[in-house]
Design a binder for this molecule. Structure first.
Ligand SMILES: Nc1ncnc2c1ncn2[C@@H]1O[C@H](COP(=O)(O)OP(=O)(O)OP(=O)(O)O)[C@@H](O)[C@H]1O
Length: 552
């Protein structure tokens, strides 16, 4: 649709205070899902909305929710203060993110619309008085909201008018089913409801029947991920596991991969393995997983968004409850979740300006691929996703490709041609580093990190509340296993840098601690800039062996 035909926020009949907040966000026009969903929601329709990752679904439900509340207060008879909006999300990080977005949108009407995230604190006693004040909107995970309902801290039966379920496909999948069903018994018979997600599965269908009444289904025709002009998707076949480590080493150590990157692995164990491996070369990285305390997780995300770290290693493995073997992400481990189990902590998180997502391990399902790759190329920003594939994993990659792009003749994954023989000189040091990362070292590192983060978490709670500036001194990428760090490996001798890369490789050196990126590094990558900048991809076989590794 041409720009001129896009319905603007100004023409949606929104409260001026909302418009002011939207303008402050710098959003010139609604995204496609916002343009379609907001008017329908304002008409009072139930919505089942699927739109691609990073397309602004949070505001697509938050804006009509807030408009409804503001309109109700401004025009109706004086009404009793009550909780009229409920936003359910599958993880605590998402609850925090949703609350933040709602707070930003209510910047000019904060007195009229109050929001409380009930997942933010472990402490029920702390939340009870907040809920007694009857905030207009409550945000939380189903289990937390249900606990408050059962304890009598929250009553929705007489007041709820609007229910939102974000990442709806996950809400049922990770054992929330029973809790959700019980929770729904505490809601009134009639309310407006929105179900939102980037991916739908049969659980969404079940939820739809439980909560929606004659909904409008918005399955936007756009693909589940941004198009190739915004998101470039590559795959690289690595012959062995060792090749994966070697290639990653070269990409990071020679700064062939520039900007902020998210590395995805399939298990917690792998995330620490990778971190300890990189650590030996003085390549700092944080690990982000659901085993860490919530405050640490949120702090890592916030620091990453502020530019403190180049590299975060994330896992979408379910933690604290045994992951269910052979189960796809987003598919039912129903009823098997322990009270605090959460799904992958990166799901739905709005990481800012990620230039590249690296699937160091092949995602276990097409849904997992979508949600991982969707952490880059968000809003209008460009991004790159690079997937490492072992020869035995080719059939799974094909499955992902077919699920995403159909059986179109042209592969959606561009081959990332890399001449591994050029980095053979690094193999010995990589092998050596891999050998140092024993199971014992991983166990110790994991334990150490948890202990440290629990300590941090307490500090974050008390001291840093009064000294927010000091938060910046707390880092999550310090070496976990100093005993295995080999200072000489931090240096890359010139003779090891492949001749074809000499002009472009910038051997990575550990940055000074406690410093975020200098301001120029915070800048977004220009649209045309490919973070995997040192190589060009070719759809056809290169004519000469060197043709695939051209300097940009
Ligand atoms: N109209 C808009 N114009 C520009 N940017 C926007 C607009 N609306 C939202 N955004 C930005 O887009 C980014 C992604 O938004 P959001 O997190 O809501 O995406 P999402 O669709 O929920 O993604 P996911 O499916 O991954 O959870 C955010 O940084 C948000 O500030």
């Amino acid at each position: 649709m041409a720009d001129s035909e896009v319905l603007s926020f100004e023409h949606m009949g929104l409260d001026p205070r909302l418009l002011q907040a939207i303008a402050e966000q710098g959003w010139a026009r609604p995204t496609l899902i916002q343009e379609k969903a907001i008017p329908l929601a304002l008409e009072g329709k139930d919505l089942l909305a699927r739109a691609r990752t990073g397309s602004g679904k949070t505001a697509a439900y938050a804006i009509p929710l807030l408009q409804h509340l503001l309109h109700r207060k401004a025009t109706g008879p004086v009404i009793e203060q009550a909780v009229r909006g409920l936003v359910l999300v599958p993880t605590k990080e998402l609850a925090r993110q949703a609350q933040t977005m709602i707070r930003q949108l209510t910047a000019y009407c904060a007195r009229d619309v109050r929001v409380v995230d009930v997942s933010a604190s472990e402490d029920f006693a702390f939340q009870r008085p907040l809920l007694m004040e009857k905030p207009d909107v409550v945000v939380g995970t189903p289990s937390r909201v249900l606990s408050h309902l059962l304890q009598g801290n929250l009553n929705l039966r007489d007041s709820l008018e609007l229910l939102v379920m974000d990442e709806a496909d996950l809400l049922f999948s990770f054992g929330f089913e029973e809790e959700l069903k019980t929770l729904l018994c505490h809601l009134p018979r009639i309310y407006q409801a929105f179900l939102m997600s980037a991916t739908f599965n049969e659980d969404v269908q079940a939820l739809k029947e439980l909560v929606l009444h004659n909904p409008v289904t918005l399955k936007l025709q756009e693909s589940q991920l941004p198009g190739p002009d915004q998101l470039q998707q590559f795959q690289v076949v690595c012959e062995t596991e060792e090749d994966k480590f070697l290639l990653l080493y070269a990409l990071l150590k020679l700064s062939l991969l520039r900007g902020k990157s998210l590395l995805f692995v399939n298990t917690l164990e792998r995330s620490y393995r990778l971190r300890l491996f990189l650590e030996q070369f003085s390549i700092p990285a944080c690990v982000l997983n659901g085993e860490l305390p919530l405050r640490s997780r949120c702090h890592i995300i916030s620091q990453f968004n502020q530019g403190f770290y180049d590299c975060v290693i994330a896992t979408d493995e379910e933690v604290l409850g045994a992951p269910v073997k052979g189960k796809r992400q987003g598919q039912g481990s129903k009823g098997e979740r322990s009270a605090d189990t959460e799904s992958g902590v990166a799901r739905g998180i709005d990481f800012h300006n990620v230039t590249a997502v690296l699937n160091f391990d092949l995602p276990p399902s097409p849904e997992a691929y979508i949600h991982r790759a969707g952490r880059t190329a968000r809003a209008n920003n460009p991004g790159t996703a690079l997937t490492f594939v072992l020869p035995t994993e080719r059939p799974q990659l094909k499955e992902i490709e077919e699920a995403l792009g159909g059986e179109s003749a042209e592969s959606m994954f561009l081959p990332y041609q890399f001449r591994m023989e050029e980095i053979e000189g690094f193999r010995y040091r990589c092998r050596d580093a891999m050998r140092s990362v024993t199971k014992q070292a991983i166990r110790e590192a994991r334990l150490k990190e948890i202990k440290e983060e629990l300590l941090h978490s307490e500090k974050l709670k008390t001291y840093f509340e009064d000294n927010p500036r000091d938060l910046q001194l707390l880092r999550h990428d310090r070496p976990l296993h100093p005993a295995v760090v080999k200072p000489h490996l931090g240096h890359v001798p010139d003779y090891l840098v492949p001749p074809t890369l000499r002009g472009i490789a910038r051997p990575h050196s550990r940055r000074k601690r406690n410093r975020p990126f200098t301001s120029h590094r915070k800048l977004k990558a220009p649209k045309t800039q490919n973070p995997l900048r040192s190589f060009k991809y070719t759809r056809k076989k290169p004519k000469t062996p060197a043709a695939s590794a051209k300097c940009s």
